[in-house]
Design a protein around this ligand. Structure first.
Ligand SMILES: [Mg+2]
Ligand SMILES: [Zn+2]
Length: 169
């Protein structure tokens, strides 16, 4: 199966400066996300979210808060007929020296182990930061950049990315 690997914060939902994540459990969906995700599904992609959540181990949010936010996000997407195949997250800081904090490969390694029928050459990666791009590069995944890393001063949405790159998808 072909996968669209997607970053979460700043790609699907709004991102915030780290300290502003405290107490947040309700995602704000970015403009164009729903339409873009629906298009990816129509094009035959299964969607896997890969997300760095070092704010957990930094103590800014609790693990429960992470799960609440993620649950609400999935519920919101589902109410728009978008099924997400799976989500893999890294709670670690650099000091933890894990293998999964993007751009390290752990999150995609786990996905490949769990879903051996993933076809990487036909899969893609969509994200908004350099760690996403570097991770995609290591698996030779086609990378499409969301230009939303500046807290939405200018936003280039999933929908625009998919519409612009239809011939490559
Ligand atoms: Mg991001
Ligand atoms: Zn990790």
């Amino acid at each position: 199966m072909k996968i669209a690997f997607l970053d979460r914060d700043g790609t699907i939902n709004k991102d915030y400066p780290d300290k502003d994540w405290k107490d947040r459990t309700v995602p704000e969906i970015l403009e164009g996300s729903i339409e873009g995700l629906l298009l990816l599904r129509e094009l035959g992609y299964e969607i896997i979210i890969v997300t760095n959540q070092y704010i957990i181990n930094e103590g800014i949010i609790t693990i429960t808060q992470y799960h609440d936010f993620q649950h609400n996000l999935l519920k919101l997407l589902k109410s728009n007929n978008i099924e997400i195949l799976d989500t893999f997250y890294c709670p670690h800081t650099d000091a933890d020296r894990c293998n999964c904090k993007k751009p390290k490969t752990g999150l995609i390694d786990i996905a490949l182990k769990k879903y051996p029928n993933i076809d990487l050459p036909s899969s893609v990666y969509i994200g908004d930061s350099i760690c996403d791009q570097e991770l995609a590069f290591q698996f030779e995944l086609k990378f499409f950049e969301i230009n939303g890393h500046h807290f939405n001063t200018y936003y280039h949405s999933i929908n625009e990315v998919v519409l612009t790159n239809r011939e490559f998808l």
